[in-house]
Design a protein around this ligand. Structure first.
Ligand code: MLT
Length: 412
């Protein structure tokens, strides 16, 4: 008899985005004319074409693969040196941050890395997550058996939830109790909030004092528009001793369909063995990647490298400018619709409060049925997300303008 992983049976409903897709499909089948005017501001998936510099690099790399002399088979599991060097220089060392090329691990996505990192962390850890939160952090811990069952609100026993509210700018402070692993996401998905330098310092100090590890998800780093906001946790002294950082090319270079990201595991980062010996995590992640991963394909890594060329950088800036421009249009529209709304300045997400007495899923249904716009219900991001919904700014300008208009036609 084969046994399944019982922990999967604890997962609440479907993963948020498949569940939204299911509801949208049902709506579209029942209302074909309305389906034609549907605008999707749900999942945070990019809509604009890849930067031209990336396209050129992809073409060239594919041509290389077509010649015996320049063909490449398996690449290094940790990523090609050309890409690790471009990342290390541009994202870190040029900004005065101490990250070596071999501390950078190229992968096929931050979502995967956020889940896979649990492979090298012990089961004994007490895990803290902010609430609302990117559901992947919670679900991967459930799958790994790090939680008990969920209650009605979808809150799992065994996890420490740190509420993100308007009062703390949706960036919780460290808890009074001791936790071992902390997920932080800044700019934040779903709220669009960012951690200030002081807030990050508070977390790094807490982690150093408690010998905890911060899993810092900076997938939306490129959207930071206010100069005082840190782009990397390594801007905070001491973070190399307590933090892993996840970055992605999905939202800056438009790589959601190409798949390329990276994770920084500093060599100075240690965690305890079961018998109390502090040991570096870097070799464990190296081993994990070598064993379970064969690297991102050569053409895609060449495409990612092109994002760091002068044209690539300019084209990325144009993409970010476009999506942040949409966010501005949506913010103005939501405010004109008399919604209380956060985010949208350093992130491609707006976090809107539902009018009094309206739940997140009720808001989802109303906006879908009456405005034919897909948003993401806040409760899908955790119990503290109830009473909110997220609007994604990933769209064409025309669609953003249309959504801004339609929001104002709703009578709540
Ligand atoms: C989201 O909508 O939250 C994102 O698309 C999820 C992701 O990047 O995996």
């Amino acid at each position: 008899m084969a046994y399944l992983n019982d922990h999967y049976l604890k997962l609440k409903a479907g993963y948020l985005f498949p569940e939204i897709a299911r509801r949208v499909k049902a709506f579209s089948e029942a209302n074909p004319p309305a389906a034609k005017r549907l605008i999707r501001c749900g999942i945070g998936d990019v809509t604009e074409a890849l930067p031209r510099a990336v396209i050129a690099a992809l073409h060239q790399a594919v041509d290389e693969m077509g010649q015996r002399e320049s063909f490449r088979g398996y690449g290094p599991e940790q990523g090609y040196e050309f890409l690790r060097a471009a990342i290390g220089k541009n994202d870190f060392r040029d900004r005065g941050l101490d990250v070596a090329d071999d501390e950078i691990f190229v992968s096929d996505g931050s979502k995967c890395d956020c889940g896979n990192i649990l492979d090298i962390l012990g089961r004994q850890n007490k895990i803290a997550i902010s609430d609302p939160v990117y559901p992947v952090y919670v679900d991967t811990n459930v799958m790994a058996g790090h939680t008990g069952a969920a209650n009605e609100a979808g809150t799992y026993a065994g996890l420490v939830y740190l509420p993100g509210t308007p009062a703390n700018g949706f960036m919780p402070d460290p808890p009074a109790e001791k936790v071992d692993v902390i997920y932080l996401c800044s700019p934040n998905n779903p709220t669009g909030a960012t951690a200030t330098r002081e807030q990050l310092k508070g977390w790094v100090d807490y982690a150093l004092e408690n010998k905890s590890i911060i899993l810092f998800d900076a997938a939306y780093e490129a959207y930071i528009s206010e100069p005082a906001i840190p782009h990397s946790i390594y801007e905070v002294p001491g973070a190399r001793e307590c933090a892993i950082e996840f970055r992605s090319f999905s939202k800056n270079g438009g790589f959601t369909g190409l798949r390329c990201a990276f994770t920084v595991v500093p060599k100075s980062l240690q965690a305890s063995t079961a018998d109390g010996k502090f040991t570096a995590l870097h070799p464990l992640w190296h081993r994990r990647m070598s064993t379970k991963f064969n690297g991102v394909s050569y053409p895609i890594q060449r495409g990612a490298e092109a994002l760091y060329s002068p044209e690539g950088k300019k084209q990325v800036r144009e993409l970010i400018h476009h999506y942040l421009g949409n966010a501005k249009v949506l913010l103005a529209g939501a405010r004109a619709a008399e919604l209380t709304v956060y985010g949208g300045v350093n992130a491609p997400y707006l976090w809107a409060q539902t009018p009094a007495g309206v739940t997140s899923w009720q808001a989802f249904d109303k906006i879908l049925n009456e405005a034919n716009v897909v948003i993401t219900p806040g409760s899908g991001f955790g119990s503290q997300g109830e009473g909110y919904f997220r609007i994604s700014a990933f769209n064409s300008r025309a669609n953003a303008e249309e959504v801004a208009r339609r929001l104002q036609t709703l009578h709540w």
